[in-house]
Ligand binder design. Structure first.
Ligand SMILES: [Zn+2]
Length: 251
């Protein structure tokens, strides 16, 4: 049977045995695939450096009878995204993007959209390096893609209008809360202007990352809100998130 050829982004890999490698990729047409690359660490001809994380490839693959893993035959390198290795923060944020998209994968519908978003995110980091804006945009757009964006600009419970100034937010109750619904008691407070900014960001094209600049308050409050929103959908804290936060603390 001739192999299927898919565009793919390498999410991660683990070495297997003496010379083989198990590789997880995201494709626009078949979603997430886990593949077995026989001899990948010896045969530079068929795979070369194309199976490194964040690389974009044209992947030749075929299903394996009775197996969960597909068989990877060959990978033609499209882009290695070498700019991601410019500094530790950029590399860590790229790793976070891949881990987050995989963690939310079962919620996300639309492989092509998920692929397009991850590709635009990695291309942006490759060109311009890490930024807090890029992280926030990826998180917000992934929630939108998965259909799990919390209520931002109206009360999650009564759909009433929100007060000016600080608004209570609780992802486990659906999002923003008005005063009548007990918003004042929520642990997290987010200014209504921040909620408006996030709402407007949801209207921007999902693959646009360049030239979007946010105020320190939007970044700080928006990140806290998205952390709260993501927490309920992740089975466990992401390793790359802790690493990234550690880098931030260290200056
Ligand atoms: Zn309410």
């Amino acid at each position: 049977m001739p192999p299927t050829i898919s565009q793919a982004i390498i999410l991660r890999h683990v070495d297997y045995g003496e010379a083989d490698r198990i590789v997880t990729v995201l494709t626009p047409d078949h979603g997430r695939l886990k593949g077995f690359a026989r001899g990948a660490r010896k045969s530079r001809k068929r795979f070369g450096p194309a199976l490194e994380p964040f690389a974009e490839v044209r992947l030749h693959w075929a299903p394996r009878p009775g197996g969960e893993l597909v068989s990877l035959r060959e990978a033609e390198l499209v882009s290695l995204r070498i700019g991601l290795r410019r500094d530790l923060e950029t590399l860590a944020l790229a790793g976070y993007g891949c881990e987050l998209i995989e963690a939310l994968y079962d919620e996300a519908v639309g492989f092509a959209e998920a692929f397009g978003l991850l590709r635009a995110f990695l291309d942006h980091l490759d060109r311009d390096g890490a930024s807090r804006e890029a992280k926030l945009l990826l998180e917000l757009r992934l929630l939108a893609l998965a259909g799990i964006v919390p209520h931002l600009q109206h009360c999650a419970e009564c759909h009433g209008t929100l007060p000016d100034g600080p608004v209570g937010f609780a992802a486990d109750r659906g999002g923003s809360l008005c005063l009548g619904c007990g918003g004042e008691a929520a642990a997290l407070k987010v200014d209504r202007l921040t909620l408006g900014s996030l709402g407007r960001l949801l209207q921007t094209p999902a693959e646009r990352f360049a030239d979007i600049h946010l105020s320190p308050r939007t970044l700080q409050e928006g990140s806290a809100l998205l952390d709260d929103a993501l927490r309920g959908h992740l089975q466990r804290p992401l390793k790359s998130a802790a690493f990234l936060a550690g880098l931030g603390d260290g200056g």
